[in-house]
Design a protein around this ligand. Structure first.
Ligand code: KDO
Length: 336
């Protein structure tokens, strides 16, 4: 029996020899398409996974036959957090990287890993599309060898617990093994919330909650739905502790080799992807709480002033704050 790939090979060979017969040079674009390998830990049903299809479709439309966009979800190509290094090495073209990824090589970026700094998605867009973003992204390009193309709203992070408990202040999370992604900047945020931060990759969180190796996790609500964490947890504590962002970034090796027109089209595709994600995610966040209630979860609101004060004080006293450029926090606060 002829397999699909045999069949494809046959058809390709037939069309190439037909072109040769007509005196044509053959499908030059077939082997000169620029690879655009994308790697993300996102699950298929999450907006920041689906946005990559918007990226691909937009780019294929504006630059027909020029790019070979390959979308790899569920951290199937690179492990969560290893994407920036892969891009700097030239083994990966694109990803959406977090403020936590940036803070490793650009320490001043840690201001955006701190809880209760960015107010809402509109504030986030203003900060990153203005002079603050411009300055930081320039340093990111110099130190990480990647170019940021657009700012994606990942959502507002909330605490999600395996067993319900009365959580009013950070003291009520004492002893809770709260899963965080595995870098020290993430763990610091978990500790600032009052919990015992426990590192674990995103792909292992569902099982960790199911088996009880962790007591909870934090993520934006659309991700709690898309990754089905609601199946293995009983409570959402609406701490609103981090208006989180990820940044579509491209390896400088790839970026610098593009023509000006290609650069413009790649950037426009990244912006269309971000816009698709942002609109859908904001809309979903506005109506998602009822879904969790229907699933039997308790949805509770803690004393937000107590959380904000405790988290902000913890960061202000930390070594992170020592590398924040003078006046940066005020400039962020004053961005309207
Ligand atoms: C997570 O691991 O909790 C996190 O939300 C961190 C983000 O920076 C990002 O990596 C995200 O996971 C993945 O894209 C999966 O949604």
């Amino acid at each position: 029996m002829k397999t699909v790939s045999n069949l494809r090979r046959g058809l390709l060979a037939a069309s190439v020899s037909a072109m040769a017969l007509c005196g044509m040079a053959g499908p030059a674009w077939a082997d000169t398409k620029i690879p655009m390998r994308i790697s993300t830990p996102a699950v298929p049903d999450d907006w920041h996974a689906k946005m990559w299809t918007v990226f691909k479709d937009t780019l294929d439309k504006s630059s027909p036959n020029q790019f070979d966009t390959q979308i790899n979800l569920n951290a199937s190509l690179f492990k969560q957090g290893t994407e920036p290094a892969a891009m700097a090495r030239g083994n990966l073209e694109l990803s959406a990287i977090s403020a936590f990824d940036m803070a490793k090589l650009v320490p001043e970026f840690s201001i955006f890993t701190a809880g209760y700094v960015v107010r809402d998605p509109a504030h986030q867009q203003k900060v990153f599309s203005g002079p603050i973003g411009e300055g930081l992204f320039k340093t990111v390009s110099e130190k990480m060898d990647v170019t940021v193309l657009s700012t994606v709203y990942l959502g507002t992070r909330q605490v999600n617990l395996r067993e319900a408990r009365n959580v009013k202040t950070p003291a009520d999370l004492k002893g809770i093994k709260l899963r965080m992604p595995g870098t020290k900047e993430w763990l610091f945020l978990g500790e600032a919330l009052g919990a015992t931060a426990t590192p674990l990759a995103f792909g292992e969180v569902y099982l960790g909650l199911k088996t009880g190796t962790i007591d909870g996790q934090d993520n934006p609500l659309p991700t709690v739905r898309a990754a089905k964490f609601y199946e293995v947890t009983k409570q959402l504590v609406l701490t609103n502790h981090l208006v989180d962002g990820i940044f579509i970034a491209i390896s400088n090796k790839t970026w610098n080799a593009l023509t000006p027109a290609q650069k413009q089209n790649v950037k426009a595709a990244a912006q269309a992807a971000a816009q698709y994600n942002n609109e859908n995610r904001i809309k979903e966040e506005g109506q998602i709480v009822d879904f969790f209630k229907q699933q039997g979860l308790q949805v509770t609101t803690p004393d937000l002033d107590a959380f904000r004060k405790s988290v902000q004080d913890t960061y202000a006293k930390s070594d992170y704050a020592k590398v924040w450029p003078a006046g940066m926090l005020e400039r962020i606060n004053n961005t309207r």
